[in-house]
Design a protein around this ligand. Structure first.
Ligand code: AMP
Length: 147
């Protein structure tokens, strides 16, 4: 079994991100692997496709979201010693973008946080679950404590 070489930490900045980040950093150190970071600005709620042509794509809001996300990503990257060329800020579906970036950059381990969701909560969609089932590489799901 080969050691991991490229680890990708997916961050959503909502909650308990520190525990997930610490786990990813620890794994990178153990395996002497390169650590990368990805955050996806979920574009779905503000696209025309969801609400029809009456609600146009809001460029100002998107720019603002991206700027805020970039700031947080850069700050987290600095605390984890992740260089700029391994920081990815994407727009779209988090699951799809995480899997795409992982594939394009030969990532061999994706680290995500995971809630203990089941039943309807799971059916309604979880990024962690989507990544786990569709990624071509290993996925480490770090358990988040449910409130
Ligand atoms: P969820 O399944 O949506 O509760 O999210 C679980 C985990 O998926 C988070 O802890 C992150 O690791 C990852 N994740 C969720 N949303 C995003 C996002 N927008 N960008 C990057 N990673 C995300």
């Amino acid at each position: 079994m080969e050691n991991y070489k490229q680890i990708l930490l997916a961050v959503d900045f909502y909650e308990q991100g520190e525990a997930v980040a610490n786990r990813a950093k620890d794994m990178a150190e153990r395996y002497q692997a390169k650590l990368g970071l990805i955050h996806v600005v979920d574009s779905l709620p503000i696209t025309e496709a969801n609400y029809g042509a009456d609600i146009p794509f809001n460029m100002d809001l998107t720019t603002e979201l991206l700027a805020g996300a970039k700031e947080r990503l850069v700050k987290l990257a600095a605390s984890l010693d992740v260089p700029e060329d391994r920081q990815w800020l994407e727009m779209g579906s988090p699951k799809t973008e995480i899997i795409r970036v992982a594939k394009e950059h030969n990532v061999d381990l994706i680290v995500v946080g995971s809630h203990g969701r089941h039943g309807l909560g799971l059916l309604l969609g979880s990024t962690a679950n989507g990544v786990l089932h569709h990624a071509e590489c290993d996925v480490l799901a770090v358990r988040l404590q449910d409130e």
